[in-house]
Design a protein around this ligand. Structure first.
Ligand code: ZN
Length: 346
């Protein structure tokens, strides 16, 4: 029996060492130490021995089982370590690889231009005000000297929201309504700029969109003259298009100003010589004028005491000029090839 025990010890160790996977090791355990294994039978055979023999052989049986179990556990631990190492190796991060940088995107050209325009006014001390996009007829038209039968309404036809109980609502055609609301809410002096989205009944083409953006400027105080308007326009034109720009004013009619003036800026491409961008050397940039006394009165201001000027520009138009964009519709088509060109602009 003792000889058999020694050979089972050798056979068992060899079987455990020979196992190449955890599954093979489990199978070896059954065949070496299992109830039906030769070792198991030897263990059961102890009962048929006399006491002296049982003591000698029993001690050896225990020693062999302990030795085999030790070998088995050592092998099992080795397999676990190997599995852990393989997992770690598979999960290993190569810290020497450069990271994948996500594309940061960019601001939309209209946002870039709107911010740039507003910044010019903020540097001059203007306050930024915003108003609702759904306006009532009085703030959008009547307060600005455009009564219900005025021909200017044809040019400024817009969208009329169907809201039960209200027949006087429009999607605003100018941000001027925000200026009216400001004048109604505070006494002079007023130095504000009102940016925002406006709506017109317009078929989109290379130079028109039915939804576009304006930035409008309003100054009201005692002693404001046309010279203040001209000086402010010049500062804004130079800030946006370069310090060597000149401006020119031509007469124009807008119901809410008197006198009104159309403002051209000398072409930043050809400096006034005439080119494809400008045609005759001048770029028509915006409309302006001295606030009509009736508009001041409509807002409760004393038009004998206060005067003011106002002008407004289209953000899309400035963007087209600044970035040489050939078609206004490109600004709203969301073509990534177009928009990605503004990465890193601001
Ligand atoms: Zn030009």
């Amino acid at each position: 029996m003792l000889e058999q025990l020694e050979s089972e010890l050798a056979r068992g160790r060899a079987a455990f060492e020979a196992a190449t996977t955890l599954e093979e090791l489990e199978a070896a355990q059954v065949s070496v130490l299992g109830r039906k294994s030769p070792f198991g039978q030897l263990q059961r055979g102890l009962g048929s021995l006399d006491e002296a023999q049982r003591r000698t052989v029993g001690a050896r049986v225990n020693a062999v089982r302990a030795a085999l179990t030790d070998t088995l556990e050592a092998r099992r631990a080795a397999f676990r370590d190997a599995a852990d190492s393989a997992l770690l190796e598979a999960d290993r991060i190569d810290l020497s690889l450069p990271g994948r940088r996500p594309r940061g995107g960019s601001l939309h050209p209209l946002t870039l231009v709107e911010r740039e325009v507003i910044e010019v006014f903020v540097r001059l001390g203007f306050r930024v005000v915003q108003g609702p996009e759904i306006e009532d007829d009085w703030h959008n038209f009547q307060a600005l000297n455009i009564p219900p039968d005025h021909p200017a309404r044809t040019m400024k036809d817009t969208i009329y929201p169907a809201i039960p109980g209200r027949t006087d609502l429009v999607l605003r055609t100018e941000t001027s309504a925000a200026q009216i609301r400001t004048m109604q809410s505070q006494p002079p002096p007023v130095h504000i700029v009102s940016p925002g989205r406006v709506y017109r009944r317009e078929t989109s083409d290379a130079t028109h969109l039915p939804v576009f953006h304006q930035v409008e400027c309003l100054v009201v105080d005692e002693g404001i003259t046309f010279a203040h308007l001209k000086g402010t326009l010049e500062i804004v034109a130079k800030a946006l298009f370069g310090q060597s720009r000149r401006i020119r004013l031509g007469p124009a009619y807008f119901p809410f100003v008197e006198p009104g003036a159309e403002v051209g800026v000398s072409c930043f491409k050809c400096d006034g010589a005439g080119c494809r961008v400008c045609g005759n050397g001048w770029i028509e940039l915006l409309g302006s004028g001295m606030v009509h006394p009736q508009v001041l009165e409509n807002c409760g201001y004393d038009s004998e005491r206060y005067t003011g000027f106002a002008f407004g520009m289209g953000v899309e138009r400035v963007a087209l000029l600044k970035y040489a964009i050939p078609d206004m519709r490109m600004l709203v088509e969301n073509d990534a090839r177009f928009l990605s060109q503004f990465e890193g602009v601001a």
